[in-house]
Ligand binder design. Structure first.
Ligand SMILES: [Zn+2]
Length: 160
């Protein structure tokens, strides 16, 4: 399949070259209906339904447990005068498990971390960008062109 894009809507599924208002344009299966077909591209895709335009994937954010959560848990339990066994009981978790987390031997699951956050009023979970880009500026470089960009691009081509 070619990697050409529909000149009208930008879908990467060109099905034909059509004549629209005197301009020869590459068009996808749905846009070609608006013009006169000049050349049909046989890709074996003509019967396939036109997939909806896939939106650029937004930068998804995930959650990550902070480094050394045990230290914060220890501080909070001291501050709140909540001994570990009490916390364990409130969270319905094993004391040994929480002890391991506090000592840094175990990493809490996100679920437990969330419960601890709530119980101890501390912050154990960090929102993280799943993208490897370290800064928003660098991340922006990796974002695919928006539909707006494509439309601008199309307009420039048509003005020729
Ligand atoms: Zn189209």
């Amino acid at each position: 399949m070619s990697d050409q894009f529909c000149d009208i809507c930008g879908r990467p599924q060109v099905s034909a070259q059509v004549l629209i208002e005197g301009a020869k344009l590459l068009a996808c299966a749905s846009c070609r209906r608006g013009g006169k077909t000049l050349h049909e591209f046989s890709g074996g895709h003509s019967s396939a339904p036109v997939l909806p335009f896939s939106a650029p994937s937004s930068l998804d954010s995930g959650e990550e447990i902070i480094e050394n959560p045990g230290k914060l848990i220890k501080q909070a339990s001291d501050r709140l005068r909540l001994p570990l066994p009490v916390i364990a009981e409130r969270l319905r978790e094993k004391e040994s498990y929480l002890h391991g987390i506090e000592n840094g031997h175990l990493m809490p699951s996100l679920e437990i971390a969330r419960k601890l956050e709530k119980e101890l009023s501390i912050k154990l979970i960090d929102k993280v960008q799943l993208s490897v880009a370290p800064s928003p500026a660098a991340a922006a470089k990796f974002s695919p062109p928006t539909l707006g960009d494509m439309l601008t691009f199309d307009r420039k081509k048509k003005d020729k």
